[in-house]
Write a protein that binds this ligand. Structure first.
Ligand SMILES: Nc1ncnc2c1ncn2[C@@H]1O[C@H](COP(=O)(O)OP(=O)(O)OP(=O)(O)O)[C@@H](O)[C@H]1O
Ligand SMILES: [Mg+2]
Length: 181
């Protein structure tokens, strides 16, 4: 059976990791599931990469490659990585399409003001204080998806509710005739 990649894209502190982990716990009884989390991969697979435009592109391409390999072999892959550039995400989709592997772009849609309030890692505060620059969505670009496969509007949902939406989407796509190649 083929798996799929569901890529959760969105601003820092939008809720990608929280939603992916909740959904993974829910899906784990039924499927082989792997979360690919940006923070963890930046310490391992992508430890050599920084935050320049070129490195952000390489980060997404590399993670997209790993996701596709896993998904092709039956794993439900939940990617929690900002992936700020539309073109990068489109390339990952094209790579999946070219290898008959389903790909879902899931937009974790959280207004930047709310992300800055959540500010799990204190990045928005540091940017405001002038301690860092190049924060995605503030002083570095974030290109929101134009035609995502799903939108999780976290301002109006709990983490659990968003995770349940993601689980339902994955289950639909994994079901026989659900659009999975
Ligand atoms: N409705 C909600 N949906 C998602 N997260 C929420 C919600 N309400 C509060 N939060 C909190 O917001 C924070 C989101 O942080 P999280 O690490 O999941 O974001 P992220 O998108 O992975 O960010 P980053 O890109 O920096 O890794 C968590 O502490 C989470 O509990
Ligand atoms: Mg995260």
């Amino acid at each position: 059976m083929t798996g799929l990649t569901a890529w959760l894209t969105g601003l820092p502190s939008a809720g990608k990791t929280s939603i992916a982990e909740h959904a993974a716990a829910e899906l784990a009884g039924r499927y082989r599931v792997q979360v690919l989390d940006g923070d963890r991969l930046r310490k391992t697979l992508c430890a050599d990469l920084g935050f320049s435009r070129a490195d952000r592109i390489a980060n997404v391409a590399r993670i997209g490659h790993v996701a596709q390999l896993l998904a092709r072999n039956g794993v439900v892959v939940l990617v929690a990585v900002i992936a700020p550039y539309r073109h990068s995400r489109d390339e990952v989709r094209a790579h999946h399409n070219g290898n008959d592997t389903p790909f879902l772009e899931v937009y974790v849609d959280t207004p930047v003001e709310l992300c800055a309030k959540r500010d799990l890692k204190g990045l928005y505060a540091k940017q405001r204080a002038g301690m860092i620059s190049g924060l995605t969505g503030v002083d570095d670009p974030y290109e929101a998806p134009r035609r995502p496969d799903a939108v999780l509007s976290t301002a109006r949902r709990t983490v659990d509710e968003s995770a349940r939406e993601l689980v339902a989407l994955v289950e639909t796509r994994m079901a026989p005739g659900g659009g999975v190649a």
